[in-house]
Design a protein around this ligand. Structure first.
Ligand SMILES: NC(=O)c1ccc[n+]([C@@H]2O[C@H](COP(=O)([O-])OP(=O)(O)OC[C@H]3O[C@@H](n4cnc5c(N)ncnc54)[C@H](OP(=O)(O)O)[C@@H]3O)[C@@H](O)[C@H]2O)c1
Length: 291
């Protein structure tokens, strides 16, 4: 953690994700090698991609590299940007039936006409390590065991790592996607937060977000959350990843405006992102029976 002071404003703590990600990877590597010592097969993750988007391909290669680092095999199943929905569905079903594959992930974006949500229903829930199958979200909402989307689980992991008290806390999640906002709202509810979910039709966003003790931004709009959106002393988690003109990334939160007001804030990059990848690997080890 790094402390920031801005003039006479109170210090805000930077909740960095890289250390937590390294700890999750180390623990996962240990589980994998203990499993191998006792004769278990090497966990295997299959990532299905159907895009030519360079940033996405870079991201999936980074998952493969991280997997290799913890002893998990990772297959990039590249169907190309012209893949038809039937082909993607058939691939997901084939991977579901393959006993050597333990985790299956469908990477977005997909070709036009292919719905990620419809296709994710073809992922075997037992292998759904990124919680994309609507069944996984339904089970999560019902309080049943399921893999949560890795990003939503990463937000919880960061809050836990930094000892943020969730029981009874007022939590506001900005964003209601099935990938981040909705599953995260359920995870926070399960941890006894009082949860409000905001979206593009929310009236007076700042009036709602400034009631939060724990504020999560998962929107995809650079700098949407400014100082006026944040209560003094709130813990703020920035899930947003927005490309900058210089080829970098920036979050949904105006970091410089908020760090002196919040008790704690995640940076972008280096906050939620690295933890998300580490959680994906932990889920794959769990799907391979290594608990
Ligand atoms: N770090 C990671 O590992 C990770 C992983 C996944 C996603 N992300 C990032 O997280 C962000 C969100 O991703 P997503 O997939 O959830 O995006 P999404 O599907 O586009 O959802 C965005 C949500 O933000 C809401 N929204 C849009 N404009 C708003 C506004 N002005 N005020 C309040 N709410 C607004 C939308 O409301 P409506 O529902 O009303 O349209 C929607 O619910 C993106 O930047 C994405 O790149 C990061």
């Amino acid at each position: 953690m790094t402390e920031h002071t801005s003039g006479t404003a109170p210090a805000g703590v930077e909740l960095r994700g890289r250390e937590l990600a390294a700890a999750i990877r180390a623990e996962t590597a240990e589980r994998v090698s203990a499993g191998r010592r006792s004769g278990r097969p090497r966990p295997r993750l299959a990532v299905v991609v159907a895009t030519a988007d360079e940033a996405t391909l870079w991201y999936v290669r980074s998952i493969a590299k991280a997997a290799e680092g913890v002893g998990i095999a990772c297959d990039l199943v590249d169907l190309g940007p012209a893949a038809r929905p039937q082909e993607i569905r058939a691939t997901l079903e084939r991977l579901g039936a393959d006993p050597d594959v333990h985790g299956v992930m469908l990477q977005t974006p997909l070709p036009e006409g292919a719905s990620a949500q419809e296709l994710a229903a073809a992922i075997d829930p037992a292998k759904d390590v990124d919680g994309a199958n609507p069944l996984s979200l339904g089970r999560l909402a019902a309080g049943l065991a399921a893999f949560a989307p890795a990003t939503a689980a990463a937000v919880l992991a960061l809050l836990d790592r930094h000892g943020v008290e969730l029981r009874g806390a007022r939590a506001v999640v900005v964003g209601r996607s099935t990938v981040v906002g909705k599953p995260l709202a359920h995870l926070l509810l399960d941890r006894h937060c009082t949860v409000t979910v905001c979206h593009s039709r929310t009236r007076d966003l700042a009036a709602v977000t400034s009631t939060a003790e724990v504020l999560v931004a998962a929107v995809g709009r650079a700098g949407l959350i400014g100082a006026e959106h944040v209560a003094p002393g709130a813990v703020v988690i920035d899930v947003g990843t927005n490309p900058t003109p210089d080829g970098g990334l920036t979050g949904d939160v105006d970091f410089d405006a908020v760090i002196g007001r919040a008790a704690a804030l995640t940076p972008v990059p280096g906050g939620v992102g690295p933890v998300t990848t580490a959680i994906l690997l932990r889920h794959t080890a769990q799907a391979a029976g290594l608990t």
